[in-house]
Design a protein around this ligand. Structure first.
Ligand code: ADP
Ligand code: ZN
Ligand code: ZN
Length: 649
């Protein structure tokens, strides 16, 4: 008889220890098995062979599943995630194993055999010098930050590196923040790698997912996996390259257990597989950038437009002051300049993109005359207006106050509580351009699918004006697009969060980056209440260094990441005072324990009322991440948490 430590891949098991089972068989670690646990059959992953445990009754493994085993690196990664995110293997394995595998009595399908096609780089443009330098700098192991302007040819580099890995017999994982962008990426890779490219995401049916998962697990030849963050957990055995494209995007943070961040896991995974990990972005995260400078992680730059052959294409950016109403004679939202640029673009039969910032739905407190905005005196982040108790509140500390009736800067009484409508803009465009083909995209997932479905149409120019939110700013490469208009550039700034400025920089950079990609002369019209804001100015002039310098200094001054670790914990109660009291009790409790923590006072969450419950939260900071993991372990029931949260809303 042999004895095995088995990781329990089922959420009924909350423990952190592997359990011991017996079997007559010689089981490879990584094998998938069914084991009995509390009168149920659950899925397990064989971790290691152990000596016969003394004095304990050991149950036998019930069944060995007929699938290849998971790689040793996968097991190590799961165990690392368990510790790093203080989560159970049951929660973590959900990301690694298809749901159908957990069900008993499901037949294991046989994926169709495909003859792998021979990849070829022949159809691609030759690399320019910048690209060659980047590729020469990338070794076949290690983490790199690829800080390259939009359109500078990053994707072309990923393809080149994936090709190298392929020739070496290794697979690549290429991650994209949005499912809506997988199509574009897929087409680029498919051109080179043919049927070796596999799209893997959670929007597939369970059955399809299971089949693709098995195809990857059983594949004898290298594959190129493309997909959103969940694709990181494809069951590959040999990995040569992991790319996190647009690595700054919030979508890379898993907002449910185990609350992992893709860039962190991808980096760890790269180490385990001895692979190259590339974090690619035009607007690298402040935190990633800072860590790279501290840990000597190479930061590779790409600054020239890749497609610029022939005479260089121009990009003209115009900033329109939203406070100057004389510039808005035809429409409340769309400036005269923007409207006439759209008209010219239509006349040239090119495309326009009108961009609305969905993050702007918070009601912030702004002076309508000088653009002053109410900020928290402690945290320097925007205060939000709560109509129910007519207070402005900070959602990071507990600061609150009555809203000012006059502006502290210009003494004007025209103080507004503003949130921005989106549909109105579409209606106005229709009014001004009745014969234009207008297509609207929004942020919810159903419509993201529409971007996926409509991508080819949009790409070939069957749409004149595209109206949309964040999604459209990300990585779209449209040859016929020559104008972008931003309705309110600064609305991200009115979000009460420490990343507000960074978000704004990223957004402006990304939006501007949709035009001037070397196909056509590009124009951008940016409407803002704060035309002189240094972050906006830095973004418009693509001055990353200036932005980084200012932002990192503020993070240090107000002690936000990368200068500390964050934990957000929250509780929901039926009554407001019950929620407040529960939070206050926990704060007292935490403070009495004398841990090395900075515990904020309780505050209502940004969305305080969820369903019929009130949610309050506490922000905890620590220099040592382990201290925060300790807090997670001792949370009373009824509390939820987010470790390394990307926002504090
Ligand atoms: P990014 O990923 O940085 O936005 P891409 O790789 O998508 O940039 O490149 C932008 C455009 O430039 C694409 O249409 C691509 O085909 C083209 N391109 C990339 N590299 C080159 C090159 N070396 N020569 C000519 N065109 C290129
Ligand atoms: Zn505050
Ligand atoms: Zn004012």
């Amino acid at each position: 008889m042999r004895y095995y430590q088995v990781l329990i891949a089922d959420q009924i098991y909350h423990g952190s220890e592997a359990l011991t089972y017996s079997s007559e068989l010689m089981l490879e670690s990584g094998s998938l098995v069914k084991v009995p646990l509390r009168n149920r059959q659950v899925l397990g992953i064989v971790y290691s062979l152990v000596a016969e445990p003394k004095g304990k009754q050991i149950k036998p493994v019930s069944q060995l599943l007929d699938t290849p085993s998971l790689s040793p690196e996968t097991l190590e990664l799961m165990v690392w995630m368990q510790k790093f995110y203080s989560a159970s293997i049951g929660v973590i394995s959900k990301h690694f194993l298809p749901k159908l595998l957990l069900k008993s009595g499901v037949d294991i399908p046989t994926p169709p055999k495909t003859k792998p096609s021979l990849p070829s780089l022949k159809k691609l443009p030759v690399l320019n010098n910048d690209q060659k330098q980047v590729i020469a700098a990338v070794k076949d192991q290690g983490t790199y930050i690829l800080h390259g302007e939009t359109g500078s040819g990053k994707t072309r580099i990923y393809i080149e590196l994936a090709y190298k890995a392929f020739v070496d017999g290794k697979s690549s994982i290429i991650l994209t923040p949005e499912i809506g962008l997988t199509k574009q990426l897929y087409l680029r890779f498919e051109e080179v790698f043919g049927n070796n490219v596999v799209v893997f995401h959670s929007h597939l049916s369970e059955n399809e997912r299971f089949k693709i998962w098995l195809r990857i697990l059983k594949s004898q030849t290298p594959l190129i996996i493309i997909g959103p963050r969940s694709a990181l957990f494809s069951p590959l055995r040999k990995i040569g390259l992991i790319v996190v494209d647009e690595s700054h995007e919030d979508a890379y943070k898993q907002e449910q257990g185990p609350y992992y961040h893709t860039t962190r896991v991808a980096t760890k995974m790269g180490q385990l597989y001895k692979a190259t990990t590339i974090l690619g972005s035009a607007t690298t995260n402040i935190v990633d950038f800072y860590i790279a400078t501290q840990k000597n992680i190479p930061i590779l730059r790409l600054s020239e437009l890749a497609a610029a052959s022939g005479p260089a294409k121009k990009l003209k950016v115009q900033v329109v002051d939203l406070k100057d109403r004389s510039k808005f004679t035809k429409s409340g939202h769309l400036s005269d300049v923007l409207l006439s640029r759209i008209k010219e673009t239509l006349d040239r039969k090119e495309q326009s993109l009108v961009f609305l910032n969905r993050r702007g739905t918070a009601r912030s407190v702004i002076c309508n005359v000088c653009g002053w905005q109410a900020l928290c005196p402690n945290c320097d982040t925007p205060l939000t207006y709560h109509a129910d108790d007519h207070l402005v509140r900070c959602h990071i500390c507990s600061y609150h106050d009555v809203p000012p009736s006059t502006c502290p800067v210009c003494s004007n009484t025209d103080i507004i509580f503003r949130s921005i409508g989106t549909k109105a803009v579409v209606a106005e465009l229709e009014k001004h351009f009745p014969s234009a083909r207008i297509l609207r995209f929004d942020n919810d997932n159903k419509k993201l699918d529409r971007l996926e479905a409509q991508y080819e149409n949009v790409h070939k120019g069957a749409v004149d004006i595209i109206v949309g939110t964040q999604t459209l700013a990300k990585g779209l490469d449209l040859p016929k697009l020559s104008l972008v208009g931003v309705v309110t550039a600064d609305s991200s700034l009115y979000i009460p969060d420490y990343t507000a400025q960074e978000k704004m920089y990223q957004l402006i950079t990304q939006v501007i980056g949709r035009v001037g990609r070397g196909y056509l002369d590009g124009q951008a019209v940016i409407q803002t209440y704060l035309p002189n804001n240094p972050i906006l100015r830095a973004a418009v002039s693509k001055d990353w260094a200036a932005f980084y310098k200012q932002e990192i200094a503020e993070r240090q001054q107000f002690m936000f990441p990368p200068f500390c670790f964050l934990l957000k914990i929250s509780c929901k109660r039926v009554g407001r005072s019950a929620a407040e009291k529960a939070a206050a009790n926990l704060v007292d409790d935490l403070k009495s324990k004398k841990l090395r923590l900075i515990v904020s006072d309780p505050t209502p969450s940004f969305h305080e009322k969820i369903g019929n419950k009130y949610q309050w939260q506490i922000i905890i900071r620590a220099k040592e991440r382990d201290q925060l993991l300790g807090v997670i372990k001792m949370l009373p029931s009824g509390w939820s948490y987010d470790i390394d949260p990307i926002n504090l809303l």
